[in-house]
Design a protein around this ligand. Structure first.
Ligand SMILES: [Zn+2]
Ligand SMILES: [Zn+2]
Length: 212
């Protein structure tokens, strides 16, 4: 499965284009803009999957719906979208935990960052939205956020057997193994060590502090 990434919008949201055997799935179109248009080139998007209903993940929905794409989201984020974007076009399908999408992408309902946050599980890859980032996790202080649900969702995600490349809603991709080992949030590690952060914290490794 080929994954192409473009980073868009004021919050630098990762939009992922996945070609699953002739069906183009776009995950989290952050906004409609020239950059997105030229990224898509002449490729027609069949399905738009929103990992959740925050504006920085649905901004391109209007335009893509007009071009014929079907819009998919978990219904628990519908109140959020209705409240903040009453002019949003109707969704075409509401996703549930365990649903299968083209390309054998499986839906996992992972509330916490928002009530309807989902993860898409492919073969060896995870699209996690704002649940998990390299070295960090999503915020829970937005409307509908819940730290206890967040913890339960992270535990479920980390319990997945096998190794996965993780594509988050923001920032660099990572692996599930690396986050299990080094992310201070999942697993509720109360503290960390300077050595571990030097080795594993993506912000610090970018500074090159682990070399010195
Ligand atoms: Zn979000
Ligand atoms: Zn986001």
């Amino acid at each position: 499965m080929r994954v192409e990434t473009i980073c868009l919008g004021e919050l630098a949201t990762n939009c992922y284009l996945v070609d699953v055997g002739g069906t183009n799935v776009l995950i989290d179109p952050a906004q409609s803009c020239d950059a997105l248009t030229s990224f898509l080139s002449d490729r027609k998007i069949d399905l738009v999957v929103n990992t959740h209903g925050h504006f920085d993940h649905i901004g391109g929905n209007w335009e893509l719906k007009e071009s014929g794409a079907k819009l998919l989201i978990h219904s628990a984020d519908l109140p959020l979208v209705d409240r903040f974007y009453p002019d949003h076009p109707p969704f075409d399908r509401y996703l549930n935990d365990g649903d299968m999408l083209p390309g054998n992408l499986r839906v996992m309902h992972t509330p916490g960052h928002s009530p309807g946050s989902i993860v898409l599980i492919g073969e060896g890859i995870l699209f996690v939205g704002d649940l998990l980032f390299a070295g960090s996790i999503g915020r829970t202080d937005f409307p509908g956020g819940s730290m206890s649900e967040m913890n339960a969702s992270l535990r479920r995600l980390l319990a997945l057997p096998g190794e996965y490349r993780v594509y988050p809603g923001h920032g660099p991709s990572t692996t599930l193994r690396r986050e299990k080992m080094a992310n201070p949030y999942p697993g509720q590690r109360p503290s960390t060590t300077l050595r571990r952060e030097k080795m594993a914290n993506p912000y610090l490794t970018r500074l090159g502090v682990n070399r010195g």
